[in-house]
Design a protein around this ligand. Sequence first.
Ligand SMILES: Cc1cc2nc3c(=O)[nH]c(=O)nc-3n(C[C@H](O)[C@H](O)[C@H](O)COP(=O)(O)OP(=O)(O)OC[C@H]3O[C@@H](n4cnc5c(N)ncnc54)[C@H](O)[C@@H]3O)c2cc1C
Length: 472
Amino acid sequence: MVALFGKLGLGAIHLPYAHTVRPTIPREEPRVTALWWVRRDIRLADNPALIEAQAAGTAAAVFAWTPAIDRWPGRRQAYLAKTLWSLRESTGGALGVRLGTEVDVVRAAAAECGAETVWAAQEYSPVGMRTQEAVREALAADGRELKLIGSPYAVAPGRVTKADGSEYKVFTPFSRAWRAHGWRAPAVGADGLSLQPLASDVNLDQQAAYGDTRDPLGFPPRFGEEAALRALEEFIGEDGENSPLNRYAETRDLPAMDATSRLSIALAHGEIHPRTVLSHTSRHSSTHARIFESQIAWRDFHADVLWRHPRAQRESLTDVLPEDAWSDSSEEAFTAWKSGHTGFPLVDAGMRELQATGVMHNRVRMVVASFLVKDLRVPWQVGADFFREKLLDYDHAQNQLNWQWVAGTGRDAAPFFRIFNPTRQAEKFDPDRSYIERWVPEIDTPGYAQPIVDHAMEREITLAAYKRRSGT
Ligand SMILES: Cc1cc2nc3c(=O)[nH]c(=O)nc-3n(C[C@H](O)[C@H](O)[C@H](O)COP(=O)(O)OP(=O)(O)OC[C@H]3O[C@@H](n4cnc5c(N)ncnc54)[C@H](O)[C@@H]3O)c2cc1C
């Protein structure tokens, strides 16, 4: 690991505990003073909660495999199991992964090892905030304390405000203020990792295999902190020359190319912190690096919007279509959309990629989402729920707010009247059809689906409904 980063000049990526070094597990187990409650921060490097737990004296670590996780689709469970397995390896087997709600698991683990304080990263989503409050109360009832430090974001929600303290509603000024606010350097703790072992009652191998048998992972074969750091390194490239980062502005919209960082799964699980990513891109002076960083700003913007407006997880922030505009003959069309048989090649390629791999290129996500909402007139929430079932990088704030962006109902959303033409989008972003042909090999055969709708006609119907609603 150390050699890997030295070779590519990324020596400053801080990995405080080399993965090959087993932590010392003393024979006589001393009293644990702090517990690290692992949440969406499944990593050792740049991890304030772990650093604080260790600084308090002797620490242990626990992750709660909740009943809610048990209801996740198989492939997401499989990915989580794999990355937890990887973290447990890095802790020399010390990480305890236990079945139960966060309240039950954290409370019992803290009592079992006698930890006075529990350290965890702060969450800002409605469910994350409810959970941390419930854990805080349960611990307090036992005379223990929950301390929250850090977040999954470069700049935590609520920090970027206008001079009068109010929120930015438009992304561009938000991103300017976000940049001016800046972010901390990656967190660095004392050398060495020493965690007291906690027994696990989740069989991670079995959980990982569950995904393979019922809902294959397909992509990605890579998981865990080390793989995330390597993906960052490959994206930035040696000295930044001729690397994906240095072509990002020109190639990021081309789904046929492996031109983006593919870090979203790792960011969603906290296998890498955005601060670590930014600490490396900020050394590059190119426009490409700035444009890439603004994608990380979108991530923080959406988290900020959801934190300020929790109802945005289900409700449109602005209503753009009258109720009666939603199509009631959409069940069949929705089925065609889900399985990639709409007869619109870019839509079908994207949906098949999603079904097969659990990922989809951002440009294609926009096209398929627009098609569902504006051509088929299916409410965005229905599409968002389907993405939640399929995406490996599923992140509540990013998914719901991106759907709202496409639907034209969110903060600083794409204007509703701007309706993607899926055929034009394919010509522009997949001109030689190599992405489409990868996923829709039968495209030139009579077996390929006829278009299920007439785009021009649906566009007119949708625009008319929009005008009816807005009174224009
Ligand atoms: C309908 C729809 C649903 C989406 N659902 C999710 C989701 O559940 N989880 C998720 O992480 N992203 C989601 N996105 C955003 C985006 O598509 C993915 O983050 C991106 O495709 C990931 O690829 P990458 O890591 O190679 O991105 P890169 O282009 O390399 O970007 C770097 C990072 O910036 C962030 N980012 C990039 N684009 C966006 C964006 N539009 N909004 C917020 N953050 C962004 C991601 O963390 C990404 O990893 C969604 C987009 C749409 C249109």
